[in-house]
Design a protein around this ligand. Structure first.
Ligand SMILES: [Zn+2]
Length: 216
């Protein structure tokens, strides 16, 4: 199964992606991670990425697609993949479709996590992080201990990250909505979109995703 996962920042996309990797037995493909890996390998493709990235330029679509083709040819991705953070535009979606078609595959499902702004704001502004170990808390759902001592590392610096503010959250959310609107329309046209209610606990959302996947 080839699947695209969409969700605004703060919708728990990372957690759900991990669940999907496990339950479907297919890898999560993130272009950012792949580009970093190629650069670290010092491959010829990596060097080409480098020339754009070090100049602060966007990496051209053809190059990303080349990387994608290379990644999809690997054994672990032969039965499918979970695309995360790609495609970002309709052109990229069409190019990905063409690439998949050449492999006799297609995007079987698009999971769009649906979360209203207010919920994302609540989730993110209530988030507290331990500077010692990265353990996250939420003032309402999993409050840090009153003692101020982290349950994981016994550190005492549990803080609110500087960009976990309502203003930043609103901005990112709006940006996400604008960017994905066209893409979702494109995939709706193909009849593959499942909108999943992203409210509530992460486990509840996981269950809804599971139901959505079984529904067809
Ligand atoms: Zn800690």
């Amino acid at each position: 199964m080839d699947l695209v996962l969409f969700g605004p920042p703060g919708a728990g996309k990372g957690t759900q992606a991990k669940f999907l990797v496990k339950s479907l037995g297919i890898p999560q493909i993130s272009t950012g991670d792949m580009m970093r890996a190629e650069r670290a390998l010092g491959s010829e493709l990596g060097a080409r990425f480098d020339s754009f990235m070090s100049a602060g330029k966007l990496v051209p679509d053809e190059l990303v697609l080349e990387l994608m083709a290379k990644r999809l040819a690997r054994d672990d991705a032969k039965a499918g993949a979970i695309f995360d953070g790609y495609p970002r535009t309709v052109q990229q979606a069409e190019a990905l479709d063409a690439l998949l078609a050449s492999l006799d595959r297609k995007i079987d499902r698009v999971i769009a996590l649906d979360v209203v702004l207010e919920d994302v704001v609540e989730r993110i502004t209530g988030r507290r992080v331990c500077l010692g170990c990265g353990q996250t808390y939420h003032v309402r759902y999993s409050p840090p201990p009153e003692s101020g001592v982290c349950v994981s590392c016994q550190g005492t610096k549990i803080v609110q990250r500087s960009d976990d503010t309502e203003e930043v959250v609103r901005h990112r959310y709006t940006e996400y909505q604008e960017k994905t609107a066209c893409l979702l329309d494109y995939y709706r046209g193909l009849g593959v979109v499942s909108e999943v209610d992203g409210r509530g606990g992460l486990d509840e959302v996981t269950q809804r995703i599971q139901q959505a996947l079984e529904a067809r």
